[in-house]
Design a protein around this ligand. Structure first.
Ligand code: ADP
Ligand code: AMP
Length: 217
């Protein structure tokens, strides 16, 4: 199953992508995670991306699309994938179609996780991540067992630099201006599933699996 998760920063894409990936045994491909991985390893790509990420802006399409195309070519993406954070504008949406067409594939479904603006700000500024394994927590909605410490690897949790209030505003504006038009783009193709993302993590997961199951058995 070839899936895309669409939603504003903080909507819960990463949280749900992890669940969907396990459920269908397909890889979770997050462009944000890929960029952060490059940054951690000090690659040239990471260096180029950092300037845009730290300001809450989109990394240029050519860099992003080449990275996604390479990732989709790895053998584990053969049976399907769940893309999280890509596409983020109409150009990237068209580029994804071309990448899939070149492989004789077609996007199956786009899951739009819908969360209102005020809830997004609270989710983003309260998000904490593990710098070691990438696990995601929330200081209020999903706290670790020991405050500030990763349940999985015991490392001290950190706040993503782009989750600070001064960058969050830019990221949400970029979403509204550049990414939100993809909702109509996919609705017109009748592959858009609308999910109420204000529910609990478990309820959102259930709604996604139920809607996918209803369309794909
Ligand atoms: P995205 O990948 O869309 O930016 P995340 O999955 O990282 O979003 O979630 C953003 C923050 O909100 C995280 O701190 C996460 O723990 C929390 N979160 C995710 N889903 C929910 C939910 N349904 N209810 C409350 N908090 C949530
Ligand atoms: P995320 O982890 O999805 O919130 O992404 C973090 C940052 O990585 C974004 O604010 C962008 O700067 C960059 N990024 C991630 N995905 C894309 C994309 N598809 N296109 C451009 N930039 C992206």
């Amino acid at each position: 199953m070839d899936l895309v998760l669409l939603g504003a920063p903080g909507a819960g894409k990463g949280t749900q992508a992890k669940y969907i990936a396990e459920y269908y045994s397909i890889p979770h491909i997050s462009t944000g995670d890929l960029f952060r991985g490059h940054l951690k390893e000090g690659t040239r790509l990471g260096e180029r991306a950092q300037a845009f990420m730290s300001e809450g802006k989109l990394v240029p399409d050519d860099i992003t699309e080449a990275m996604v195309n390479d990732r989709l070519g790895l053998p584990d993406a053969g049976p399907g994938f769940v893309l999280d954070g890509f596409p983020r504008n109409i150009n990237q949406g068209k580029a994804l179609d071309a990448m899939l067409r070149a492989r004789g594939r077609l996007l199956d479904e786009v899951i739009h996780i819908n969360v209102p603006h005020d809830a997004l700000v609270e989710r983003l500024v309260g998000r904490r991540i593990c710098p070691e394994c990438g696990a995601t927590y929330h200081i209020r909605f999903d706290p670790p067992q020991v405050a500030g410490i990763c349940n999985v690897c015991g490392k001290e949790l950190v706040q993503r630099s782009d989750d600070r209030p001064e960058t969050v505003g830019t990221r949400l504006s970029v979403y509204n201006e550049e990414t939100a038009p993809l909702i109509a783009f996919y609705r017109d193709r009748e592959i858009l599933l609308e999910i109420d993302g204000t529910q609990s993590v478990e309820k959102v997961s259930q709604a996604i699996i139920q809607q996918l199951g209803a369309r794909h058995g």
